[in-house]
Design a protein around this ligand. Structure first.
Ligand SMILES: Cc1ncc(COP(=O)(O)O)c(C=O)c1O
Length: 381
């Protein structure tokens, strides 16, 4: 019999699926996987329904609905002072995941090296490998989770083609600063590299910080791909609609992959988003909504033995249990789910080498009632 040779021999069921299943099996409060437990705006839902009833149920254009791309162009200008050409620089994808995948497939050739920073979102490494590339894992420096740019310079070789960044950062909630982006710009120009910038939490940034998109920087914009997700922005992770902004010469190649991976994404949802995105309040209020949730959660767990690490963006809060228990973080997350009824994600799973700093990630994109119950449990541990 013909044997299958796995392209991803090390990949199994992801920890997100495992923890969510475990949470369901034990009736635990699920703060593990990153999704809101409150609904999408009724207005947006009715726009989708209107679009379906009006007959927008067939294939959308491959690059995305022109109206939606136009609105995205204006939103981009409003946020980052750059007006991308909707025709040639914006592509609608099946979530950020497809945008990341299509970009890596388009840009990476066999043996090309790609620098990624651990802890890293779980789709980066497999996508690079599937493209035949070599992921070069560097580590964000604990406890602030910042990039050591000297280390980046030392890791660059003749084969380095791409650096992947993610700000605001999942799982840590850290953000890149203006100085980080300036340094990245210098490095990218000096070594002639592409930058793939995962900005899915661009609107979820706290304490008055500015989101440092690559699109703000002239030197980066001409060699970068910025990736966004409507799932994060409109509490609709299940719709899987996102987009990427990239210069025309990169967009042309990325669209070649996109057209054979998905071709196009939900036309009704794209029509609805084009209408909804015109109203700025629909996304600018996101930062204060989630900042309130973060602060509510932090106040509620203030008396617990867990030590919160700073979260400047995303809807994740890291809690350290150093000094509370000697278990490794996977065992600790399992114990909390099984015995205490609260599910989280152990941060070691985001490291290629399994680095374990005794930290768990909790998602606070939840209703106050859920956060209150979660905090009551955490305070008793
Ligand atoms: C950092 C990061 N990138 C990409 C994604 C994927 O986004 P999407 O659901 O739009 O594919 C996620 C989702 O959790 C994420 O946290």
């Amino acid at each position: 019999m013909t044997r299958i040779c796995s392209k991803l021999p090390d990949s199994g069921t992801s920890i997100f699926t495992t923890m969510s299943k475990m949470a369901a099996d034990h009736g635990a409060i699920n703060l593990s996987q990153g999704f809101p437990d409150f609904n999408v705006s009724e207005k947006l839902i009715s726009l989708v329904s209107d679009a379906m009833l009006s007959g927008h149920n067939q294939y959308a254009p491959m690059a995305g609905l022109p109206d939606l791309r136009k609105v995205i162009s204006h939103v981009t200008h409003d946020r980052y002072l750059y007006l991308p050409d909707p025709e040639t620089e914006i592509t609608i994808t099946a979530g950020a995941t497809e945008a990341l995948f299509a970009t890596i497939m388009a840009l990476i050739q066999a043996e090309d090296e790609v620098i990624v920073f651990d802890p890293a979102y779980d789709s980066y490494d497999p996508a690079i490998r599937m493209a035949g590339g070599i992921p070069v894992h560097l580590t964000l420096k604990y406890p602030g989770f910042h990039i050591d740019w000297d280390e980046v310079r030392s890791a660059i070789s003749d084969k380095t083609r791409l650096i992947m960044i993610n700000t605001p950062h999942n799982p840590t909630g850290s953000i890149l600063s203006h100085e980080d982006l300036k340094t990245l710009e210098t490095i990218a120009l000096q070594y002639d590299l592409f930058i793939l910038s995962d900005e899915v939490y661009e609107h979820i940034i706290f304490d008055g910080h500015l989101h440092e998109s690559v699109l703000r920087y002239d030197g980066l914009r001409t060699r970068s791909i910025a990736v966004s997700s409507f799932g994060k922005t409109f509490h609709a992770t299940g719709w899987k609609v996102g987009y990427l902004v990239a210069p025309e010469y990169l967009t042309t190649e990325i669209r070649k992959v996109h057209q054979f991976v998905t071709f196009s994404v939900s036309s009704a949802v794209q029509h609805a988003l084009a209408g909804f995105l015109k109203y700025k309040n629909n996304y600018v209020e996101l930062a204060s909504l989630y900042q309130q949730k973060r602060d509510y959660f932090l106040r509620a767990i203030a008396k617990s033995r867990f030590e919160p690490l700073p979260s400047s963006g995303t809807y994740f809060q890291l809690l350290s249990y150093t000094g509370m228990d000697a278990k490794n973080d996977v065992e600790m997350a399992e114990l909390l789910t099984r015995e205490h009824g609260i599910a989280s994600i152990p941060v070691s799973v985001f490291y290629k080498d399994g680095t374990d700093n005794s930290i768990l990630r909790f998602c606070f994109a939840k209703q106050e009632e859920t956060l209150t119950k979660a905090a009551e449990i955490l305070c008793k541990i």
